[in-house]
Ligand binder design. Structure first.
Ligand SMILES: [Zn+2]
Length: 221
């Protein structure tokens, strides 16, 4: 069966942004982020932050992506474990530090639930589009997402970022309600609202890993 079927119009699901698939192997849940682009074959990449990325040609059926992942389960697992073992183990938190960290996380999550919808509502007047709900999550190395059903998700750790960075992520996801991709049109829409968005992107890339409870505690202890 070919991965290319020029007449095949993907189901809406293919455009869900971003698409992810998870599986258990043997008892570890591994999550693969699926990206569709103008390429010829499917590949798998495991990044240093242990995120797994499956890159597939445009119009690949979700079922084919699943089959591909299914047949590469043990390969993905082995590579992932090997990479994980290379990462130095952090000193575990003491019970009192753990308590502080948990309290702090609750505080940030609560603040995110109150503050982020307010920023979404503010910027929505400029972006338009329809969103159905806003959820606050903790997705490792993902700051926000926008599903085809209009659910906007944001990482609570954004509350530790400067406000203009949080605003950039909010605008980014809101613009996905109009453009479900990272096309030129998408970026020019982002730029019309956040003129220095490139700086924000760069900041997140360079400082994103500092937005963690552990880093926050170490800094403000
Ligand atoms: Zn995006």
């Amino acid at each position: 069966m070919s991965f290319f079927k020029p007449n095949y119009k993907p189901a809406n699901e293919s455009y869900q942004y971003p698409l992810s698939r998870s599986f258990l192997y043997p008892d570890i849940e591994l999550v693969c982020d699926v990206h569709f682009s103008n390429r010829k074959s499917i590949t798998i990449q495991i990044k240093e932050d242990l995120t797994i990325h499956v890159r597939a040609p445009l119009y690949t059926k979700p079922k084919q992506v699943n089959t591909f992942i299914e047949s590469h389960k043990s390969w993905i697992y082995e590579k992932w474990i090997a990479l994980k073992e290379k990462i130095p183990v952090k000193e575990p938190l003491s019970p009192s530090e753990m308590k502080r960290a948990e309290a702090l996380e609750r505080k940030f999550r609560k603040a995110a639930k109150e503050y982020i919808p307010y920023r979404v509502e503010y910027f929505h007047q400029f972006t338009g589009g329809n969103y159905t709900s806003i959820t606050i999550r903790d997705q490792k190395s993902r700051w926000g997402s926008c599903s085809s059903r209009g659910t906007l998700s944001f990482n609570y750790r954004l509350m530790m970022a400067p406000t203009h960075i949080l605003d950039y992520v909010v605008v980014h996801e809101l613009c996905h309600l109009t453009h479900m991709n990272h096309s030129k049109e998408f970026w020019s829409m982002v730029e019309s609202i956040i003129p220095d968005y490139k700086e924000c992107k760069k900041w997140l890339k360079e400082h994103g890993n500092e937005l963690s409870i552990e880093a926050y505690l170490a800094k403000y202890n």
